[in-house]
Design a protein around this ligand. Structure first.
Ligand code: URP
Ligand code: ZN
Ligand code: ZN
Length: 460
């Protein structure tokens, strides 16, 4: 059925206009004033509302075997949670570990999503070792439409790669025109510091941050950048958390290194005092890189406002209270991760745009357009334009509410942002022209989501 979104204020990066949007065959067919609608067209009145391009979360974990357990969401639950919060596309980290076969892992991750997701999705393919079959396997994966890789410099002996493997991955990525995303922490230093702290009987969640201090992340970020510089590959730092790491990345960028930066929702909204809360309350806020000293939040918001930080993801990674308690005797066993897929857009809008830290342009860019451009989805996604997929968010800026585990859709028994107030939420969310969300309710089609095929684009 055709769809007409009438009289909203369309917000694209660099352009705003009051207009109607007519959607046919899953894409935007016309934008203009007083558009005629054929009989049987579904009409949404967007008067007084903003209309955004569907938001893109460039960093989520849905299926994730990790730290002796599995993240809680499935694509059914994770995609509905994403849509509730205005995210119409997510990019999941496909994460086979070092002992798994990469191609088998890729097919397994695809099978977990196939026919299950209510929103569109893609993968970053993790390279967790580099052996003789790796190049041909990665070529097959890229030919299948997955045009971004992921490496972990942390998580020694599990996901982590050494410098030789990082070099080989970047060198291949350069030849294939593929962007490489990287978790930047020095694995050896983390392992040594963890052992030192445990030997001193420092076992609680408050010791997670001291085991992975800012300098350890800055070293990883700087080393990744140096490897990019010497291979000519294009890179993207995921979940950058602090000023020291930001300086390392921006220093490299100013020398001409092709590096982009993502920070994630928890690092803007929460500081390390959350992980210092006693017992399981602290454990709920353990992620890597850790929540940092508060002064870093000001630095991150400022860098985001100026575009030095390119994108905001979530690193959505739900482990429930029982799973977090796996680390009750030692912080090194607390499953790392904080969920956020449902809350990213509303928190960024409220604490960014409404609090005057972020203009609307940068908000749309950081939460949608920039990720679409970096990861080969633009202009299909990330903009409201004729010919683009009709992923549209009719946003109600008059909505007032508060976040709570009780009302969330992600499969978890806590919300890391519990009680935070929001000033705005999507009233209508469409995926390729079909209304999936209306005023906080899923009204759409489960399994509508498609795997997005992407072409390599980083040949420069
Ligand atoms: O703590 C985190 N970030 N958990 C998920 C795995 C990762 O490092 O992205
Ligand atoms: Zn990570
Ligand atoms: Zn992650």
């Amino acid at each position: 059925m055709a769809l007409l979104i009438r009289n909203g204020e369309i917000v694209n990066v660099g352009a705003r206009l009051q207009a109607d949007i007519f959607v046919e065959n899953e894409t935007i067919a016309r934008i203009g004033n007083n558009l005629e609608a054929p009989p049987n067209t579904e009409i949404v009145d967007a008067t007084g509302k903003l209309v955004f391009p569907g938001f893109i979360d460039p960093h989520v974990h849905i299926y994730l075997p990790f730290m002796a357990t599995f993240a809680k969401d499935t694509h059914e639950t994770g995609s509905i949670a994403a849509l509730m919060g205005g995210t119409t596309t997510y990019i999941e980290m496909c994460c086979p570990n070092r002992i798994d076969d990469a191609l088998e892992g890729y097919n397994l991750w695809k099978s977990k999503a196939d026919g299950k997701s209510a929103c569109d999705y893609a993968f970053h393919m993790s390279v967790t070792k580099f052996v003789k079959e790796t190049e041909s396997q990665l070529r097959q994966i890229v030919a299948d439409g997955t045009a971004s890789f992921k490496i972990f410099l942390a998580y020694k002996n599990f996901f982590g790669v050494d410098d030789a493997e990082m070099y080989q991955t970047l060198e291949l990525a350069k030849r294939l025109g593929v962007i490489v995303t990287a978790h930047c922490e020095n694995a050896e230093l983390v392992a040594r510091l963890q052992q030192k702290l445990l030997a001193e009987s420092k076992t609680g969640p408050e010791w997670h941050e001291p085991s992975r201090p800012e300098s350890v992340e800055a070293e990883g970020t700087g080393r990744f950048a140096t490897f990019l510089e010497n291979t000519g590959a294009t890179g993207y730092v995921v979940h950058l958390s602090c000023e020291k790491a930001l300086q390392a990345a921006l220093g490299a960028k100013s020398r001409g290194v092709k590096i982009s930066i993502e920070s994630v929702l928890p690092h803007f909204m929460l500081d390390k005092s959350y992980a210092e809360r006693p017992g399981v309350e602290g454990m709920k806020h353990v992620m890597s890189p850790p929540l940092r000293a508060k002064h870093n939040q000001v630095v991150l918001w400022d860098a985001l406002a100026h575009g030095s930080i390119d994108t905001v993801g979530t690193d959505h990674c739900p482990f429930d209270t029982e799973q977090k308690l796996l680390g009750k005797d030692s912080f090194v066993n607390i499953p790392n991760g904080i969920p956020g897929i449902e809350d990213r857009v509303n928190l960024l809008y409220t604490y960014g745009v409404k609090r005057g830290r972020l203009d609307l342009d940068r908000f749309v860019d950081a939460a949608s357009t920039r990720a679409a451009k970096l990861f080969g989805l633009f202009p299909r996604k990330g903009t409201i334009a004729v010919g683009s997929d009709a992923d549209l968010i009719v946003y109600d800026t008059n909505y007032r509410g508060a976040l709570s585990a009780k009302s969330q859709h992600t499969n978890n028994d806590y919300n890391g942002f519990e009680g935070m107030e929001i000033e705005g939420r999507p009233s209508v969310v469409t995926v390729r022209g079909k209304i999936q969300i209306r005023d906080g309710k899923f009204v759409g089609e489960r399994g509508r989501g498609k795997l997005l095929k992407r072409e390599p684009s980083h040949f420069e």
